[in-house]
Design a protein around this ligand. Structure first.
Ligand SMILES: Cc1cc2nc3c(=O)[nH]c(=O)nc-3n(C[C@H](O)[C@H](O)[C@H](O)COP(=O)(O)O)c2cc1C
Length: 167
């Protein structure tokens, strides 16, 4: 059964990452939250949410539009993975915060989470997207602003990990 990847993107970076993830994972359908109703999620068991952080720890604008709707969805039979885009040097106090905020909502609605990603190799002060032990992000952190040269390898490795964890 295929995986649904919902993404929001303001300047295109998260959309580009979504397409690369689709290429690596194969059986993935892409949905831009700007024009895809969240009801589509009901028919998927494996879901990836991709979200950039904007404006000092805020949720990207298209995700903001559906923010309250996410709370109405029952995720208890679903497995989710997260991708967060951010800028660790420019916004070091809020690095990929929106990914953590979205994660917390979905966990509250019963989701199983896969795709934790080590914080090694990143430099930032604070993030709302960390596991309790702060050794991992709760999903893949991509920084196309400061570490663009690392993005493709990170995406490829994370996809290998997630395809095993989804199975
Ligand atoms: C005005 C502005 C505010 C931003 N605020 C944050 C932030 O608070 N935290 C963060 O990690 N990244 C922040 N970023 C970086 C974006 O998340 C990053 O550029 C991302 O790749 C944009 O993704 P998109 O092209 O899919 O919209 C900000 C960027 C801009 C231009």
């Amino acid at each position: 059964m295929s995986t649904a990847l919902f993404y929001g993107t303001t300047t295109g970076n998260t959309g580009d990452v979504a397409e690369k993830v689709q290429q690596h994972l194969g059986d993935v359908e892409l949905f831009d939250v700007a024009d895809s109703p969240l009801e589509i999620l009901e028919s998927y068991q494996k879901i990836i949410f991709a979200i950039p952080t904007w404006d000092y720890g805020e949720v990207q604008e298209d995700w903001q539009e559906v923010w309250d709707e996410v709370d109405q969805i029952d995720f208890s039979d679903k497995t989710l993975a997260f991708i967060g885009l951010g800028d660790q040097y420019g916004y070091a106090e809020w690095f990929v915060d929106a990914m953590g905020m979205l994660h917390d909502k979905v966990v509250a609605k019963g989701a199983t989470i896969v795709g934790h990603w080590p914080t090694n190799g990143y430099e930032f002060d604070e993030s709302k997207a960390l596991t309790a032990d702060k050794q991992f992000f709760i999903g893949l952190a991509i920084d196309d602003d400061c570490q663009n040269e690392l993005s493709d390898e990170r995406i490829e490795q994370w996809c290998q990990q997630v395809s095993l964890e989804f199975a």
